[in-house]
Design a binder for this molecule. Structure first.
Ligand code: LMR
Length: 344
Protein backbone atom coordinates (compact mmCIF):
# COMPACT_ATOMS: atom_id res chain seq x y z
CA UNK A 1 0.00 0.00 0.00
CA UNK A 2 2.85 2.33 0.97
CA UNK A 3 4.65 1.37 -2.27
CA UNK A 4 1.46 1.98 -4.30
CA UNK A 5 1.10 5.50 -2.80
CA UNK A 6 4.74 6.27 -3.78
CA UNK A 7 4.19 5.20 -7.40
CA UNK A 8 0.93 7.20 -7.62
CA UNK A 9 2.75 10.28 -6.35
CA UNK A 10 5.40 9.85 -9.05
CA UNK A 11 2.75 9.55 -11.75
CA UNK A 12 1.03 12.63 -10.38
CA UNK A 13 4.25 14.71 -10.50
CA UNK A 14 4.98 13.49 -14.05
CA UNK A 15 1.41 14.38 -15.11
CA UNK A 16 1.71 17.90 -13.62
CA UNK A 17 5.07 18.43 -15.36
CA UNK A 18 3.60 17.48 -18.73
CA UNK A 19 0.69 19.93 -18.20
CA UNK A 20 3.11 22.65 -17.12
CA UNK A 21 5.46 22.13 -20.05
CA UNK A 22 2.77 22.00 -22.74
CA UNK A 23 0.92 25.04 -21.37
CA UNK A 24 4.11 27.11 -21.06
CA UNK A 25 5.12 26.46 -24.72
CA UNK A 26 3.88 28.82 -27.40
CA UNK A 27 1.97 27.18 -30.23
CA UNK A 28 3.93 29.44 -32.66
CA UNK A 29 6.99 27.31 -33.30
CA UNK A 30 9.97 29.01 -34.97
CA UNK A 31 10.69 27.62 -38.41
CA UNK A 32 13.88 25.64 -38.51
CA UNK A 33 14.51 24.53 -42.07
CA UNK A 34 17.62 22.66 -41.01
CA UNK A 35 15.30 20.08 -39.48
CA UNK A 36 13.51 19.51 -42.76
CA UNK A 37 14.07 16.22 -44.50
CA UNK A 38 16.16 16.09 -47.65
CA UNK A 39 13.03 15.82 -49.78
CA UNK A 40 11.57 19.00 -48.23
CA UNK A 41 14.66 21.20 -48.70
CA UNK A 42 15.89 22.47 -52.04
CA UNK A 43 19.44 21.28 -52.62
CA UNK A 44 21.58 22.78 -55.38
CA UNK A 45 24.78 20.89 -56.06
CA UNK A 46 27.31 23.25 -57.63
CA UNK A 47 30.50 21.76 -59.07
CA UNK A 48 33.55 23.63 -60.34
CA UNK A 49 37.20 22.87 -61.05
CA UNK A 50 39.28 25.65 -59.53
CA UNK A 51 40.66 26.26 -56.05
CA UNK A 52 38.78 27.91 -53.19
CA UNK A 53 41.18 30.86 -53.16
CA UNK A 54 40.16 32.21 -56.57
CA UNK A 55 37.40 34.63 -57.59
CA UNK A 56 35.19 31.73 -58.76
CA UNK A 57 35.88 29.68 -55.63
CA UNK A 58 35.11 32.59 -53.34
CA UNK A 59 32.03 33.69 -55.25
CA UNK A 60 30.64 30.15 -55.14
CA UNK A 61 31.02 30.11 -51.36
CA UNK A 62 29.51 33.57 -50.99
CA UNK A 63 26.55 32.52 -53.12
CA UNK A 64 26.00 29.46 -50.92
CA UNK A 65 26.18 31.53 -47.72
CA UNK A 66 23.77 34.22 -48.94
CA UNK A 67 21.29 31.63 -50.20
CA UNK A 68 21.32 29.81 -46.87
CA UNK A 69 20.92 33.03 -44.90
CA UNK A 70 18.18 34.60 -47.03
CA UNK A 71 16.13 31.43 -47.45
CA UNK A 72 16.42 30.62 -43.72
CA UNK A 73 18.05 27.36 -44.65
CA UNK A 74 15.26 26.22 -47.01
CA UNK A 75 17.70 26.23 -49.93
CA UNK A 76 21.09 24.63 -49.56
CA UNK A 77 23.86 25.18 -52.11
CA UNK A 78 26.50 22.48 -51.82
CA UNK A 79 29.74 23.63 -53.45
CA UNK A 80 32.26 21.08 -54.76
CA UNK A 81 35.50 22.82 -55.77
CA UNK A 82 38.80 21.67 -57.31
CA UNK A 83 37.12 19.17 -59.62
CA UNK A 84 36.65 16.84 -56.65
CA UNK A 85 33.19 15.78 -57.82
CA UNK A 86 33.48 16.16 -61.61
CA UNK A 87 36.35 17.19 -63.87
CA UNK A 88 36.05 19.53 -66.87
CA UNK A 89 34.82 16.97 -69.36
CA UNK A 90 32.44 15.37 -66.87
CA UNK A 91 30.58 18.26 -65.28
CA UNK A 92 28.42 19.10 -68.31
CA UNK A 93 27.18 15.51 -68.59
CA UNK A 94 26.50 15.41 -64.86
CA UNK A 95 24.47 18.63 -65.21
CA UNK A 96 22.45 17.21 -68.11
CA UNK A 97 21.73 14.04 -66.15
CA UNK A 98 20.60 16.13 -63.18
CA UNK A 99 23.27 14.73 -60.84
CA UNK A 100 24.27 18.33 -60.19
CA UNK A 101 22.18 21.43 -60.77
CA UNK A 102 24.71 24.20 -61.32
CA UNK A 103 28.15 24.68 -62.89
CA UNK A 104 30.35 27.66 -63.86
CA UNK A 105 32.58 26.50 -66.71
CA UNK A 106 35.05 28.69 -68.56
CA UNK A 107 33.37 30.02 -71.70
CA UNK A 108 36.06 28.31 -73.83
CA UNK A 109 34.74 24.98 -72.58
CA UNK A 110 31.29 25.70 -74.01
CA UNK A 111 32.54 26.26 -77.55
CA UNK A 112 31.98 22.64 -78.56
CA UNK A 113 28.22 23.07 -78.04
CA UNK A 114 27.90 26.72 -79.17
CA UNK A 115 30.98 27.40 -81.35
CA UNK A 116 30.10 31.08 -81.92
CA UNK A 117 30.60 31.70 -78.21
CA UNK A 118 34.35 31.49 -78.91
CA UNK A 119 34.15 35.18 -79.84
CA UNK A 120 35.10 35.63 -76.15
CA UNK A 121 38.34 33.69 -76.86
CA UNK A 122 39.53 35.96 -79.66
CA UNK A 123 42.96 37.43 -78.89
CA UNK A 124 42.93 41.08 -77.84
CA UNK A 125 39.14 41.23 -78.31
CA UNK A 126 38.60 43.30 -75.16
CA UNK A 127 40.63 46.10 -73.59
CA UNK A 128 39.15 45.76 -70.13
CA UNK A 129 36.82 43.62 -68.06
CA UNK A 130 34.26 46.42 -68.25
CA UNK A 131 34.23 45.99 -72.03
CA UNK A 132 33.61 42.27 -71.62
CA UNK A 133 30.66 42.95 -69.32
CA UNK A 134 29.26 45.57 -71.67
CA UNK A 135 29.45 43.09 -74.57
CA UNK A 136 28.05 40.12 -72.62
CA UNK A 137 25.09 42.16 -71.35
CA UNK A 138 24.32 43.79 -74.71
CA UNK A 139 21.41 42.50 -76.82
CA UNK A 140 23.75 40.66 -79.14
CA UNK A 141 25.79 39.26 -76.25
CA UNK A 142 22.64 37.90 -74.62
CA UNK A 143 21.42 36.46 -77.92
CA UNK A 144 24.71 34.65 -78.17
CA UNK A 145 24.81 33.19 -74.66
CA UNK A 146 21.10 32.35 -74.79
CA UNK A 147 21.90 29.87 -77.55
CA UNK A 148 22.77 27.59 -74.64
CA UNK A 149 19.03 27.31 -73.92
CA UNK A 150 18.79 24.91 -76.85
CA UNK A 151 20.98 22.62 -74.76
CA UNK A 152 18.73 22.75 -71.69
CA UNK A 153 21.00 25.30 -69.99
CA UNK A 154 19.92 28.49 -68.27
CA UNK A 155 22.55 31.24 -68.20
CA UNK A 156 22.28 32.93 -64.80
CA UNK A 157 25.34 35.17 -64.83
CA UNK A 158 28.90 35.87 -65.84
CA UNK A 159 31.86 35.68 -63.48
CA UNK A 160 35.39 36.78 -64.36
CA UNK A 161 38.69 35.07 -63.87
CA UNK A 162 40.44 37.91 -65.69
CA UNK A 163 42.87 38.17 -68.58
CA UNK A 164 45.28 35.37 -69.44
CA UNK A 165 49.07 35.50 -69.31
CA UNK A 166 51.57 33.10 -70.91
CA UNK A 167 54.15 31.14 -68.91
CA UNK A 168 56.73 28.56 -69.99
CA UNK A 169 59.91 26.83 -68.92
CA UNK A 170 62.01 27.26 -72.10
CA UNK A 171 62.59 30.97 -72.87
CA UNK A 172 61.22 34.45 -72.27
CA UNK A 173 58.34 35.35 -74.58
CA UNK A 174 58.94 38.96 -75.58
CA UNK A 175 58.15 38.82 -79.27
CA UNK A 176 55.39 36.60 -80.61
CA UNK A 177 58.01 34.69 -82.61
CA UNK A 178 59.43 33.42 -79.30
CA UNK A 179 56.45 31.08 -79.10
CA UNK A 180 57.51 29.19 -82.18
CA UNK A 181 57.85 25.45 -81.55
CA UNK A 182 56.69 25.62 -77.92
CA UNK A 183 54.09 23.16 -76.66
CA UNK A 184 51.29 25.03 -74.91
CA UNK A 185 48.42 23.67 -72.83
CA UNK A 186 45.09 25.25 -73.76
CA UNK A 187 41.42 24.87 -72.89
CA UNK A 188 39.31 23.08 -75.52
CA UNK A 189 38.49 25.81 -78.05
CA UNK A 190 39.22 25.95 -81.78
CA UNK A 191 39.94 29.65 -81.57
CA UNK A 192 42.65 29.02 -78.97
CA UNK A 193 44.12 26.29 -81.18
CA UNK A 194 44.05 28.67 -84.13
CA UNK A 195 45.67 31.43 -82.05
CA UNK A 196 48.75 29.29 -81.28
CA UNK A 197 48.84 27.72 -84.74
CA UNK A 198 49.14 31.24 -86.13
CA UNK A 199 52.14 31.78 -83.86
CA UNK A 200 53.65 28.40 -84.92
CA UNK A 201 53.27 26.87 -81.47
CA UNK A 202 51.81 23.44 -80.74
CA UNK A 203 48.80 23.03 -78.51
CA UNK A 204 47.64 20.37 -76.12
CA UNK A 205 44.14 20.36 -74.61
CA UNK A 206 43.97 19.05 -71.07
CA UNK A 207 41.62 19.31 -68.10
CA UNK A 208 42.44 22.00 -65.59
CA UNK A 209 43.06 19.48 -62.81
CA UNK A 210 45.89 17.91 -64.84
CA UNK A 211 47.73 21.14 -65.72
CA UNK A 212 50.15 20.83 -62.79
CA UNK A 213 51.09 17.29 -63.88
CA UNK A 214 51.55 18.05 -67.57
CA UNK A 215 53.79 21.00 -66.73
CA UNK A 216 55.70 19.00 -64.16
CA UNK A 217 56.36 15.95 -66.33
CA UNK A 218 57.29 18.07 -69.35
CA UNK A 219 54.35 17.02 -71.57
CA UNK A 220 53.99 20.71 -72.38
CA UNK A 221 56.41 23.63 -72.12
CA UNK A 222 53.94 26.21 -70.99
CA UNK A 223 50.36 27.37 -70.75
CA UNK A 224 48.10 30.40 -70.68
CA UNK A 225 45.98 31.27 -67.67
CA UNK A 226 44.93 34.02 -65.32
CA UNK A 227 47.12 35.00 -62.39
CA UNK A 228 44.65 33.75 -59.80
CA UNK A 229 44.56 30.30 -61.42
CA UNK A 230 48.34 30.27 -61.84
CA UNK A 231 49.03 31.16 -58.21
CA UNK A 232 46.25 29.17 -56.55
CA UNK A 233 47.57 25.94 -58.10
CA UNK A 234 51.22 26.89 -57.65
CA UNK A 235 51.74 26.52 -61.40
CA UNK A 236 54.35 29.27 -61.52
CA UNK A 237 56.68 27.16 -59.36
CA UNK A 238 57.12 24.86 -62.40
CA UNK A 239 57.85 27.64 -64.91
CA UNK A 240 60.79 29.97 -65.49
CA UNK A 241 59.17 32.75 -67.54
CA UNK A 242 55.90 34.58 -67.56
CA UNK A 243 54.69 37.21 -70.01
CA UNK A 244 52.03 39.62 -68.87
CA UNK A 245 50.22 39.78 -72.18
CA UNK A 246 46.58 40.16 -71.13
CA UNK A 247 45.85 38.73 -74.56
CA UNK A 248 42.64 36.86 -73.90
CA UNK A 249 39.64 36.85 -71.59
CA UNK A 250 38.85 33.98 -69.23
CA UNK A 251 35.40 34.09 -67.71
CA UNK A 252 32.60 31.78 -66.69
CA UNK A 253 28.93 31.42 -67.50
CA UNK A 254 26.85 30.44 -64.50
CA UNK A 255 24.65 27.62 -65.74
CA UNK A 256 21.66 25.79 -64.31
CA UNK A 257 20.05 22.69 -65.69
CA UNK A 258 16.97 24.33 -67.26
CA UNK A 259 14.51 21.61 -66.26
CA UNK A 260 15.67 21.94 -62.67
CA UNK A 261 15.33 25.74 -62.81
CA UNK A 262 11.80 25.45 -64.20
CA UNK A 263 10.86 23.08 -61.41
CA UNK A 264 11.64 25.72 -58.78
CA UNK A 265 8.82 27.85 -57.32
CA UNK A 266 8.74 31.38 -58.74
CA UNK A 267 9.72 33.05 -55.45
CA UNK A 268 12.77 30.78 -55.19
CA UNK A 269 13.79 31.68 -58.76
CA UNK A 270 13.44 35.36 -57.87
CA UNK A 271 15.50 35.00 -54.71
CA UNK A 272 18.29 33.12 -56.53
CA UNK A 273 18.31 35.64 -59.40
CA UNK A 274 18.62 38.55 -56.98
CA UNK A 275 21.45 36.93 -55.02
CA UNK A 276 23.29 35.97 -58.20
CA UNK A 277 23.09 39.55 -59.40
CA UNK A 278 24.62 40.75 -56.14
CA UNK A 279 27.34 38.08 -56.16
CA UNK A 280 28.21 38.91 -59.78
CA UNK A 281 28.90 42.57 -58.95
CA UNK A 282 30.95 41.47 -55.94
CA UNK A 283 32.90 38.89 -57.98
CA UNK A 284 33.77 41.40 -60.73
CA UNK A 285 35.30 43.72 -58.16
CA UNK A 286 37.06 40.90 -56.35
CA UNK A 287 38.66 39.68 -59.60
CA UNK A 288 40.17 43.09 -60.29
CA UNK A 289 41.59 43.31 -56.78
CA UNK A 290 42.93 39.75 -56.66
CA UNK A 291 44.54 40.06 -60.08
CA UNK A 292 46.54 43.08 -58.88
CA UNK A 293 47.48 41.31 -55.64
CA UNK A 294 48.67 38.21 -57.49
CA UNK A 295 50.72 40.30 -59.90
CA UNK A 296 52.58 41.83 -56.97
CA UNK A 297 53.01 38.40 -55.41
CA UNK A 298 54.46 36.91 -58.57
CA UNK A 299 56.89 39.82 -58.98
CA UNK A 300 58.63 38.58 -55.84
CA UNK A 301 58.95 35.00 -57.05
CA UNK A 302 61.77 33.27 -58.85
CA UNK A 303 60.05 33.59 -62.21
CA UNK A 304 61.27 36.01 -64.87
CA UNK A 305 58.55 38.43 -65.78
CA UNK A 306 58.09 40.34 -69.01
CA UNK A 307 55.24 42.76 -69.71
CA UNK A 308 54.10 43.48 -73.25
CA UNK A 309 54.03 47.18 -74.10
CA UNK A 310 51.03 48.72 -75.87
CA UNK A 311 53.07 48.76 -79.14
CA UNK A 312 53.95 45.08 -78.73
CA UNK A 313 50.29 44.28 -78.24
CA UNK A 314 49.36 46.03 -81.47
CA UNK A 315 51.98 43.99 -83.27
CA UNK A 316 50.66 40.72 -81.76
CA UNK A 317 47.11 41.75 -82.61
CA UNK A 318 48.02 42.35 -86.23
CA UNK A 319 49.85 39.02 -86.44
CA UNK A 320 46.79 37.28 -85.00
CA UNK A 321 44.38 38.74 -87.56
CA UNK A 322 43.96 35.31 -89.27
CA UNK A 323 42.22 34.10 -86.11
CA UNK A 324 39.52 36.73 -86.65
CA UNK A 325 39.27 35.73 -90.33
CA UNK A 326 38.87 32.11 -89.26
CA UNK A 327 36.06 33.06 -86.86
CA UNK A 328 34.27 35.17 -89.49
CA UNK A 329 34.52 32.42 -92.05
CA UNK A 330 33.50 29.52 -89.81
CA UNK A 331 31.10 31.04 -87.29
CA UNK A 332 29.69 34.50 -87.79
CA UNK A 333 30.45 38.07 -88.76
CA UNK A 334 27.97 39.82 -86.53
CA UNK A 335 29.32 38.67 -83.18
CA UNK A 336 32.74 40.05 -84.15
CA UNK A 337 31.36 43.27 -85.59
CA UNK A 338 29.55 43.96 -82.32
CA UNK A 339 32.74 43.81 -80.22
CA UNK A 340 33.28 47.13 -78.41
CA UNK A 341 36.59 47.69 -80.18
CA UNK A 342 34.82 47.80 -83.56
CA UNK A 343 32.09 50.14 -82.36
CA UNK A 344 33.74 53.52 -82.72
C1 LMR B 1 41.35 26.26 -67.22
O1 LMR B 1 40.98 25.14 -67.58
O2 LMR B 1 42.49 26.68 -67.33
C2 LMR B 1 40.33 27.17 -66.58
O3 LMR B 1 39.18 27.14 -67.33
C3 LMR B 1 39.99 26.74 -65.19
C4 LMR B 1 38.90 27.63 -64.64
O4 LMR B 1 37.78 27.15 -64.47
O5 LMR B 1 39.21 28.80 -64.42
Amino acid sequence: MKQFTGISALYFIFFLSVIFLTSSQSTEYPVDYEQLGKEERIVIRFSHVVGEDTPKGMAARKFAELVKERSNGLIEVQVFSNGTLYKDGEEMNALSRGDIQMIAPAISKLTDIVPEISVFDLPFAFNSLDEVHEYALSDIGEKLTNRLKNHNLLVAGLWDSGFKQISNSIRPIEHYSDLEGLRIRIMPSDILTKQYETLNAETKRTDFVTVFNVLQNGNVDGHENTLTNITSKNLYSLQNYITISNHGYLGYLILFNYDFWNSLPEDVQQLLTKILQEVQEWEWQLTKEMDQEKLQEIQHCAIQLHTLSEEDKLEWEEKLQPVYDYYREHYSERFIDALPKFQN
